[in-house]
Design a protein around this ligand. Structure first.
Ligand code: AP5
Length: 214
């Protein structure tokens, strides 16, 4: 099964990804996580991505498509994938669709997490992320058991550079102008399920799992 977890920055895609992967039994492919891993490793790709991410802009399509193509050719992606943060432009969506169809696959469902901009802003201001494994926390809604320490791997939990006030608003602008049109494309070519993501994390999880099972 190939699933796209869609929504604005801070909608809760990363938070819900584990439940989706467990339900569907596919690996989690997050383009943001891939770029941050490259950045930690100091690769050329990581530095290039950072120059766009830190301004709240999208990394150019040709770079994104290349890293996704590489990830999809790994053996664990052969039976389907959960896409998180990809596709983010209509061009990326069309390329993904062609790539899947050439392999007898298709996007089975797009789960669209719906959250107002003001809520996104509050979530991202309070978000803290693990420097090592990327696990996502929130100061109020989902704090780690020990302050500043990742529950999952024990590394430091800090604020992401692109979660600063100005950059969050810029990321939202980028979402509305370049990424929201992907939803129009999706509604005309695959099954899209809208989920109210402005509720407790556990309730969103139930709604997402129900969307996958229906
Ligand atoms: P990426 O890492 O994909 O960031 P994003 O889409 O902006 O999404 P986030 O990770 O910020 O949010 P999320 O929806 O995962 O929310 P989370 O679960 O953490 O991309 C970063 C950058 O990389 C982009 O800006 C771009 O530059 C580049 N990039 C990546 N992919 C690209 C692509 N395909 N093309 C071009 N460029 C690309 O939750 C947020 C917070 O809210 C957390 O603190 C969480 O605990 C809390 N929370 C979650 N759900 C709830 C809830 N229901 N109630 C209360 N709090 C909640």
């Amino acid at each position: 099964m190939d699933v796209i977890l869609f929504g604005p920055p801070g909608a809760g895609k990363g938070t819900q990804a584990v439940a989706v992967c467990n339900t569907v039994g596919v690996p989690h492919v997050s383009t943001g996580d891939i770029f941050r891993r490259h950045l930690r490793e100091g690769t050329e790709l990581g530095l290039l991505a950072k120059s766009f991410m830190s301004k709240g802009e999208l990394v150019p399509d040709e770079t994104v498509v290349e890293i996704v193509g590489t990830r999809l050719s790994e053996p664990d992606a052969a039976g389907g994938v959960l896409f998180d943060g990809f596709p983010r432009t209509v061009n990326q969506a069309v390329l993904l669709d062609g790539w899947l169809r050439a392999r007898g696959r298709k996007v089975d469902v797009v789960v669209n997490l719906v959250v107002p901009d003001e809520v996104v802003h509050a979530r991202l201001s309070g978000r803290r992320s693990c420097l090592s494994c990327g696990a996502s926390y929130h100061l109020l809604h989902l704090p780690p058991a020990v302050d500043g320490v990742c529950d999952r791997c024990g590394a430091a939990v800090v604020q992401r550079d692109d979660d600063s006030d100005d950059t969050v608003w810029r990321r939202l602008e980028t979402y509305h102008s370049q990424t929201a049109p992907v939803l129009e494309w999706a509604r005309s070519s695959c099954r899209v399920v809208d989920v109210d993501a402005n509720q407790a994390i556990s309730d969103v999880r139930l709604a997402v799992v129900a969307a996958l099972s229906s």
